[in-house]
Design a protein around this ligand. Structure first.
Ligand code: KG4
Ligand code: ZN
Length: 364
């Protein structure tokens, strides 16, 4: 088999990214470079990602990301075999910035161009990092997404369930905001929670009383708001320890809900009798140690392998897009410069659309 080298481009939310990935002659993937230019500073004053600011920043920075990715890989554009770009779902202005740059590079260099679903990029990452065989169960938990998918093939995904309102990362971010903590909220809330008592405040465990794998997190944020306000009424404010205990209770509730729904999704996966049952996680929330430990326990209980790619490949990056392009090419899926930017693009076209919208727009 000849080696395959792809340039990937990602710009669906607030990270401008480019990367070069090679599939060696021996079938082993190699990450040659991965450049991610975050935009947190640009959006900090607004309490969330501002789509217009994000789109402009992508348009300004992607050229530089591509150049750096090629330089770090020690290659020129002429030496890559193909280009892959996120063509949705995401904030449309950002996706458009990436697609336009990719089309320009493809037209200028004559290299074929593949459009990649951002979620497919996350979903296929465990194959880049661990060589995981199909089928496997994927839990995608980020600031914009939360879903369970059975990954059957490069372009075959079955959705078992997902959030009906907020994504867990979004809930962590909102919780941090309610407690006057910095953004992104996840790591800060986790650090506070580590010093708190999770049993002091009673948080609900939304949707556990209903069958299936759908999840809900917006009620936890409301519960946090109520508990905070009750403390303010009682004693005029909240202490450092109150805040830690609130964070601990909130995080324990998120972890419990994810654990129970993962148990159910794994039961579906196991009933299909895969040769090597596995749960892979993707998305920024997978960085949370308490949540990760819960998921590892659930996997151990049911004899499934637990796979967590390194964090820099779990959060948004372009290596996963380059890799998905290689996978598509290898599977015989054809490139095309007629690809369009799509704000909404569910991986499982047969699944019932979810209500609600996350920080990245409508839920895919
Ligand atoms: O995957 P990601 O980098 O971007 C999105 O696609 O959203 O995920 C970012 C999200 C943020 O909401 C952030 O608060 C959350 O992941 N996050 C965490 C932790 N680290 C990041 N949530 C909980 N615990 C963490 N340690
Ligand atoms: Zn993502």
């Amino acid at each position: 088999m000849a080696a395959l080298t792809f340039l990937g481009i990602e710009s669906s939310c607030d990270d401008s990214a480019a990367a070069v990935v090679r599939l060696g002659e021996n079938g082993a993937p190699e990450l040659l470079s991965s450049v991610v230019e975050g935009q947190a500073v640009l959006h900090a004053a607004f309490g969330g990602v501002v789509p217009e600011i994000a789109a402009r920043a992508h348009a300004e920075r992607l050229d530089d990301c591509v150049e750096r990715a090629l330089t770090e890989a020690g290659l020129s554009l002429a030496e890559v075999d193909g280009i892959a770009v996120t063509s949705g779902p995401g904030l449309i202005g950002g996706v458009l910035s990436g697609v336009m740059i990719a089309k320009g590079l493809s037209a200028g260099s004559g290299k074929p161009l593949w459009g990649v679903n951002h979620l497919a990029g996350h979903a296929l990452t465990p194959r880049l990092t661990e060589g995981l065989a199909f089928p496997y169960l994927l839990l995608l938990v980020s600031g914009g997404h939360c879903q369970f998918l059975i990954v059957d093939g490069v372009d075959r995904f079955r959705r078992l369930g997902g959030t009906i309102d907020d994504a867990p990362g979004e809930a962590f971010d909102k919780a941090a905001k309610l407690l006057g903590l910095a953004q992104p909220g996840g790591p800060v809330v986790e650090a506070e929670a580590a010093q708190g008592d999770a049993r002091r405040f009673a948080f609900p465990r939304p949707l556990l009383d209903r069958p299936g794998c759908d999840l809900s997190f917006s009620g936890l944020k409301t519960a946090l708001l109520r508990a905070r306000d009750a403390l303010v009424v009682q004693k005029g404010g909240i202490t450092v320890q109150d805040r830690r205990d609130l964070c601990a209770g909130f995080q324990a509730a998120v972890a419990d809900v994810l654990a129970e729904k993962t148990r159910r999704a794994l039961a579906v996966h196991l009933a299909e009798r895969p040769a090597e049952p596995a749960l892979a996680v993707a998305g920024g929330v997978a960085a949370n140690k308490a949540i990760r430990a819960m998921l590892e326990t659930v996997c151990a209980e049911s004899g499934a392998r637990f796979v967590a790619p390194p964090l820099r490949l779990c959060t948004d990056n372009a290596a996963m897009i380059a890799w998905a392009g290689i996978e598509q090419h290898r599977a015989g899926l054809m490139p095309g410069t007629d690809l369009i930017a799509r704000p909404r693009w569910p991986l499982d076209g047969r699944a019932v659309p979810m209500i609600g919208s996350g920080k990245k727009g409508a839920k895919a």
